[in-house]
Write a protein that binds this ligand. Structure first.
Ligand code: THU
Length: 138
């Protein structure tokens, strides 16, 4: 099942997280309309605000390579010392960035504790009544 493959890739990306300040490591994997997958991890900064989440890393990697149509994303996060990962849902900023490129009714986010244990949400569920390009008439 493609969800499981995507979650495995998010878990693998999580291993590359740079999070010395929060010790909260997150990985993401984004499936594009054309079948390609972009992964991302959170990357922190000693100045704190430049920190970027795993989800946005994956989306920005994809957009910067010319991709703008996305089907779904897997996210896996938890403290670096955790034996069992909790279910981590994307932060508000990442939800807003998803709103820019994804159809909120159909874009699915798999929030995973493991490849076997995850919850699936549409973007509309995570960002109800969200503001997006359509609100500007695009
Ligand atoms: N983080 C993510 O990468 N994605 C989320 O969905 C939640 C938060 C990161 C940001 C920061 O590096 C650390 O997790 C703690 O907030």
């Amino acid at each position: 099942m493609y969800e499981k493959r995507l979650i495995e890739l998010a878990l693998d990306a999580r291993n590359r997280s740079y999070c010395p300040y929060s010790n909260f490591a997150v990985g993401a994997a984004l499936l594009c309309q054309d079948g390609t997958i972009y992964t991302g991890c959170n990357i922190e900064s000693s100045a704190y605000t430049p920190t970027i989440c795993a989800e946005r890393t994956a989306i920005f990697k994809a957009v910067s390579e010319g991709k703008r149509e996305f089907i779904c994303m897997a996210v896996a996060g938890g403290r670096t010392d955790a034996d069992i990962l909790p279910i981590t849902t994307p932060c508000g900023v990442c939800r807003q960035v998803m709103m820019e490129f994804c159809n909120p009714q159909t874009f699915l986010i798999f929030c995973a504790s493991s490849a076997e244990n995850y919850k699936a949400y549409t973007l509309a569920q995570l960002l109800p009544k969200g503001f997006g390009p359509k609100n500007l008439g695009y």
